[in-house]
Design a protein around this ligand. Structure first.
Ligand SMILES: *[C@@H]1O[C@H](CO)[C@@H](O)[C@H](O)[C@H]1NC(C)=O
Ligand SMILES: *[C@@H]1O[C@H](CO)[C@@H](O)[C@H](O)[C@H]1NC(C)=O
Ligand SMILES: *[C@@H]1O[C@H](CO)[C@@H](O)[C@H](O)[C@H]1NC(C)=O
Ligand SMILES: *[C@@H]1O[C@H](CO)[C@@H](O)[C@H](O)[C@H]1NC(C)=O
Ligand SMILES: *[C@@H]1O[C@H](CO)[C@@H](O)[C@H](O)[C@H]1NC(C)=O
Ligand SMILES: *[C@@H]1O[C@H](CO)[C@@H](O)[C@H](O)[C@H]1NC(C)=O
Ligand SMILES: *[C@@H]1O[C@H](CO)[C@@H](O)[C@H](O)[C@H]1NC(C)=O
Ligand SMILES: CC(=O)N[C@H]1CO[C@H](CO)[C@@H](O)[C@@H]1O
Length: 404
């Protein structure tokens, strides 16, 4: 036993404590091929899946999924499979498009509105999808009671209809059958085996995902994005990104605009965990209280996030705000990016008795009238302005205006 262990038991305990809370708890692994193997009608789909070893390895770490399996009768006649000599990597990506990163039951799908719900698939997380074409739009027609799955791309003809639910393990996985293989829009069926390795551009990923333009601008304007991208080489990064509406929904009493640039950086860093946690690890986390990047600069115990599971959803509590993960934007070891429905305001800044240790916090004059009428219907730029991120020292080019 080393001397330092004996001499500094408190330090050692602290290190062990951090190791415990930082290492994702190994979740009991999910063997999708084993689950599928009991259904002879799905034997071809299962065979394709088990040949895609990197995909099945990825699936075994996850436990909040819905799988759209294609029965033999539809798979054997599929023109896209029979007319092309698909490379195994192209086939794996097509199969990834059939893995929804959200748990659904039969009745969940039948409660969806006719206007549909956009659901991220495992394909989107590879970074190889164009725009958000790694998602599917799932719609339910109340008249025919039919559930349809199609690409969010307006001109895509690839679509499938739900046939049945063959197995569900709430809230880990449901296996549904559908009547057609889905092809992501813009997918290159002739793609070669070799692909360049991914160096994630977080700003671009957030812009492509739509709905995250404000946080994307803030992260790049503040330089926090560089710090995150630099950190990804280590233990990884988990980033919680508030949807654009979350900023519009902030009460006017939340004076984000009066914070100094350094303080705004702390708020952004309080949205980032210095470890890669896929959704399944967040759902099964043994130690809910997680330090953030802000904890590192502001001191142990401060700027933590309390992560809990509520009814199959992951809730994130700062002590003053509770947000819920609404979607997976990107997930590929070592980077996970999750959309959340709230700005995760740190208790240390926005709580009843905020810790205002920085002398810089003296509020600059507001850049506009914060008491302006209503934010409903405001465009993004005015929502940003209202949040005060458009300060001279902090913000120059409004990149977020480039919506397509
Ligand atoms: C779901 O996953 C969790 C954690 O991985 C596991 O403990 C639980 O037994 C699983 N539930 C079912 C029904 O398989
Ligand atoms: C999953 O199950 C299949 C079939 O039962 C088996 O061949 C495979 O080795 C299992 N994979 C893992 C990772 O346990
Ligand atoms: C999903 O499909 C429905 C029905 O075609 C459409 O009204 C809706 O706009 C689509 N949603 C998205 C996000 O593509
Ligand atoms: C669904 O796919 C079928 C054939 O694959 C096609 O004929 C049909 O037009 C598609 N429907 C839509 C709404 O794209
Ligand atoms: C990342 O993407 C953004 C938006 O597309 C672009 O402006 C920026 O130059 C990219 N950064 C790098 C390092 O390529
Ligand atoms: C974290 O949140 C859970 C669920 O809301 C709660 O039971 C628990 O006490 C919280 N833990 C801490 C340390 O605040
Ligand atoms: C849990 O979620 C389901 C479907 O999302 C919903 O119907 C149910 O009311 C929720 N239960 C609670 C206790 O919130
Ligand atoms: C990329 C490609 O060839 N997609 C085809 C897949 O099959 C459908 C018909 O089911 C065709 O419409 C697509 O063009």
């Amino acid at each position: 036993m080393s001397k330092s262990f004996i001499l500094h038991p408190q330090i050692t305990l602290t290190i062990i404590f951090y190791l415990l809370i930082l290492s994702p708890k190994p979740s009991s692994s999910l063997n999708i091929t084993a689950l599928l193997s009991t259904y002879p009608d799905l034997s071809q789909f299962t065979a394709l899946l088990s040949a895609a070893t990197s995909l099945t390895a990825d699936l075994s770490h996850r436990n909040s999924l819905s799988l759209l399996a294609v029965p033999n009768s539809f798979l054997s006649t599929d023109p896209n499979l029979s007319h092309h000599q698909l490379s195994s990597s192209a086939l794996s990506d097509i199969l990834r498009y059939h893995v929804l990163l959200q748990f659904f039951s039969w009745s969940d799908l039948h409660s969806l509105p006719p206007s549909g719900k956009l659901v991220t698939t495992l394909f989107q997380t590879t970074g190889r999808a164009t725009n958000n074409f790694g998602s599917v739009n799932i719609t339910h027609d109340p008249h025919s009671n039919q559930v349809s799955i199609h690409s969010p791309a307006p001109y895509s003809s690839s679509n499938a209809t739900l046939i049945s639910q063959i197995k569900t393990l709430p809230y880990n996985v449901t296996i549904f059958t559908v009547n057609s293989l889905l092809i992501p829009y813009g997918f290159d069926l002739m793609a070669s085996e070799t692909r360049p390795s991914i160096r994630l551009n977080i700003t671009k990923t957030l812009i492509d995902a739509h709905n995250f333009n404000i946080i994307s601008s803030m992260l790049s304007a503040s330089g926090v994005v560089n710090e995150i991208e630099a950190g990804e080489g280590g233990s990884g990064i988990t980033l919680f990104v508030p949807v654009d509406n979350a900023f519009a929904d902030l009460p006017s009493s939340v004076a984000l605009q009066s914070l100094a640039a350094a303080q705004k950086m702390v708020v952004l860093k309080a949205h980032v965990l210095r470890a890669y946690y896929p959704l399944g690890s967040l759902q099964s986390t043994a130690n809910p209280l997680q330090p953030t990047l802000a904890t590192e600069s502001m001191g142990a115990g401060s700027y933590t996030l309390n992560i809990s599971t509520f009814n199959g959803s992951v809730a994130i509590n700062t002590g003053v705000v509770q947000g819920v993960i609404t979607q997976t934007v990107f997930d590929q070891n070592p980077i996970a990016i999750f959309g959340v429905n709230k700005v995760l305001l740190p208790r240390e800044i926005f709580g009843k008795n905020p810790i205002l240790e920085s002398p810089e916090i003296v509020a600059p004059p507001p850049y506009y009238d914060a008491s302006s009428p209503s934010v409903i219907g405001e465009d993004l730029s005015s929502s940003v302005a209202r949040c005060g991120w458009k300060s001279d020292q902090f913000y120059s080019v409004p990149e977020f205006v480039q919506l397509d």
